[in-house]
Write a protein that binds this ligand. Structure first.
Ligand SMILES: NC(=O)c1ccc[n+]([C@@H]2O[C@H](COP(=O)([O-])OP(=O)(O)OC[C@H]3O[C@@H](n4cnc5c(N)ncnc54)[C@H](OP(=O)(O)O)[C@@H]3O)[C@@H](O)[C@H]2O)c1
Length: 273
């Protein structure tokens, strides 16, 4: 991209991990990048923006500021998110709501704020960071999975509404990626009946994340999606075994799939001890 052809992308969650790698790579590929987060740190070459996706006013102001400065918004890549670990039964609803607030409602807020500009420009791209956890229910991360499943359902539905406007939405489904996500996960340990089972599952998921792919690999997929004339509705990225899991869920009888996935999810059907 050169001169007048430069396109503008807003990347949320750009202070770390996948968002930061994406902001950096898109800048190298010639985009004007606005890198948003609460910390407001940005990779070199990107315009930093302090924006909390949990907050209506912050998102409205942030998107308006981008439009004031650049006059357009060609793409939004929504990476802002965090993980909540805890048992379904004992997770306080306030914690569950907070998870949905950032991962689901935060993504929704930014897309809704950007759409009027995309509509009046005659098109745009929304790229939402879902997860393998948005395809497979992750034990002891149920509310995290719920937030990502919610994005998956909404994206499928709204894609029909937005197609006539030239706006495309793509779900990225990474497996384990080595980022700050693991350390920043809020794990609710209450020492109750689920404690041991949860600890086993959390230990497996943390180990897998630490052995996960580099964030750059996800950034490269985002860049390909944004460069594609016919972007996919969803694309998985990660180790082959994880991608096989996604396909397995779609094609296998569910009980069979569930039984075969237990080992890699760190859970069993034995009584809780
Ligand atoms: N790592 C993985 O294994 C993995 C796998 C699948 C999907 N994902 C998804 O990928 C996305 C990025 O995760 P990551 O691995 O890159 O994690 P990360 O390194 O912890 O980065 C998370 C980013 O989200 C931002 N963020 C969190 N809450 C925010 C809020 N309320 N408003 C604005 N920004 C907020 C953080 O910035 P501030 O704290 O500065 O606001 C940070 O920039 C998440 O949606 C995650 O669910 C991750």
């Amino acid at each position: 991209m050169t001169g007048a052809a430069r396109k503008v992308v807003l990347v949320t969650g750009a202070s770390a991990g996948i968002g930061r790698a994406t902001a950096s790579l898109l800048g190298e590929h010639g985009w004007d990048v606005v890198a948003a987060s609460r910390r407001g740190t940005a990779p070199q070459g990107a315009q930093a923006l302090v924006m909390d996706v949990d907050d209506d006013g912050s998102v409205e102001q942030g998107v308006a500021g981008v439009l004031d400065r650049y006059g357009r918004m060609d793409a939004v890549v929504s990476c802002a998110g965090w993980g909540l670990g805890g048992a379904f039964e004992t997770t306080p609803l306030d914690e569950a709501r907070a998870q949905m607030e950032t991962n689901f409602w935060g993504t929704v807020r930014v897309a809704r704020a950007a759409l009027p500009a995309m509509r009046s420009q005659g098109g745009g791209r929304l790229v939402w960071m879902s997860s393998i956890g948005g395809v497979l229910g992750l034990p002891f991360q149920g509310y995290y999975s719920a937030s990502k499943f919610a994005l998956e359902g909404l994206a499928e539905a709204m894609a029909h509404e937005l197609a006539p406007l030239g706006v495309d939405v793509t779900l990225i489904e990474p497996g384990n990626v080595r980022t700050d996500f693991t350390e920043r996960r809020r794990v609710l340990r209450d020492g109750g009946v689920y404690a041991k089972a949860m600890e086993r599952a959390i230990t497996v998921m943390e180990r897998d994340e630490q052995n996960g792919v580099d964030a750059l690999k996800v950034a490269q997929v985002v860049s390909r999606v944004l460069g594609s004339r016919r972007p996919p509705r969803r694309v998985s990225v990660g180790r082959a075994s994880e991608r096989v899991g996604i396909v397995g869920k779609r094609v296998m009888p569910y009980r069979l799939f569930e039984a075969s996935a237990r080992g890699s999810l760190g859970v069993s059907r034995k009584p809780l001890v």
